[in-house]
Write a protein of this length. Structure first.
Length: 333
């Protein structure tokens, strides 16, 4: 579907953006891939990495600026929305800025995509949007609702389709626990927020593949949740620094003990597939739409998809192997 098309990714110089651009260029050979972001230095570094590939266009802009988005989206077929203020403590202490980017920015993008007749939009969400307890999660929850409802938001109708993909902790990305522990691996003590803490573990490649799948499968309004394994944070620490002692420092402001991607409230309209779940919207009776359900199996009432009750877990040996294979890339993007 996205082969030989025009694609734009917001927040394109982030961890996900680097992987999406690299893998999409290789697999789908798009006509044009626009990297839209506000950091000129990151764009400069990314341009050098891709050796001035003629298919890539770099566009300085901010999702807070609707006029700039409108210009950037001219002749674009597909959009991936990855731009966000996403560090939990940063959002807690800078709430106005988080709301401007994550909620107002989503509204700007939705309007601009409709105005420019974009075919399909996939927005990246987070586990923190499920039963949110922090501002980042609350803004992404609102953003998810905006993208879902915008499939029928104009009285006159429109052709742009919007869907969402949701996943948890990206292994090895900047700001995640793996590069943090690696930076401290030679110290005698590692700080642990809580020894019960668990996290979902997904690779950037798996995140990109979920976005590709959403573009192929979506009719509009779906939230796609990848089935991924969990791991205890203490086990991650033991693999990276086996001799270090652990110091419990307490959970940070707005942080959850376990990650959740599907809440009990979502279970009423969630369907299971081989490698993922699909949360269908309860508005417009889309949760009962056979064209959206396809071959999905309804999850049991009361189902919750959380990192502590997961049926699949990353072993220490599997993490050691992953660290060995990815040592040159961890924390770099």
């Amino acid at each position: 579907m996205i082969k030989n098309s025009n694609i734009l990714i917001t927040g394109g110089t982030g961890s996900f953006g680097h992987s999406f651009v690299s893998l999409t260029l290789k697999k789908y050979n798009p006509k044009r891939l626009v990297v839209f972001s506000r950091d000129e230095m990151k764009q400069w570094e990314m341009a050098k990495k891709f050796n001035d590939d003629p298919r890539i266009r770099f566009f300085i802009g901010d999702v807070r600026d609707k006029e700039r988005l409108h210009r950037a989206l001219h002749s674009v077929d597909y959009v991936v929305h990855a731009a966000a203020t996403k560090i939990v403590p940063t959002a807690e202490y800078n709430p106005f800025e988080c709301i401007k980017t994550n909620i107002n920015g989503a509204m700007n993008l939705i309007d601009a995509c409709i105005d420019q007749n974009v075919k399909k939009v996939v927005a990246l969400s987070t586990d923190k949007a499920s039963s949110p307890i922090n501002l980042y999660g609350a803004t992404k929850f609102a953003s998810d609702k905006l993208f879902v409802a915008s499939n029928s938001s104009y009285a006159s109708g429109h052709e742009t389709k919007f869907s969402v993909v949701r996943y948890g902790n990206v292994m090895g990305s900047r700001g995640s626990v793996i590069p943090f522990f690696l930076s401290l691996k030679n110290q005698e003590v590692l700080p642990i927020t809580d020894n019960r803490m668990t996290r979902f573990m997904i690779s950037l490649e798996q995140g990109v593949e979920l976005v590709w799948h959403a573009f192929k499968d979506m009719l509009g309004g779906e939230i796609y949740v990848k089935k991924i394994p969990s791991m205890k944070v203490t086990d991650i620490a033991k693999v990276i620094a086996p001799k270090a002692k652990h110091k419990i420092i307490g959970i940070r402001p707005g942080e959850k003990l376990h990650e959740q991607m599907i809440s009990i409230e979502d279970s009423y309209s969630t369907y299971e597939y081989l490698n993922y779940y699909k949360i269908l919207p309860q508005i417009n009776d889309w949760g009962k739409d056979k064209l959206r359900i396809k071959n999905g199996k309804k999850v049991p009432e009361g189902f919750v998809y959380s990192s502590e009750n997961n049926s699949e877990w990353v072993t220490k040996d599997e993490l050691k192997k992953w660290l060995s294979l990815n040592k040159n890339y961890i924390g770099q993007i």
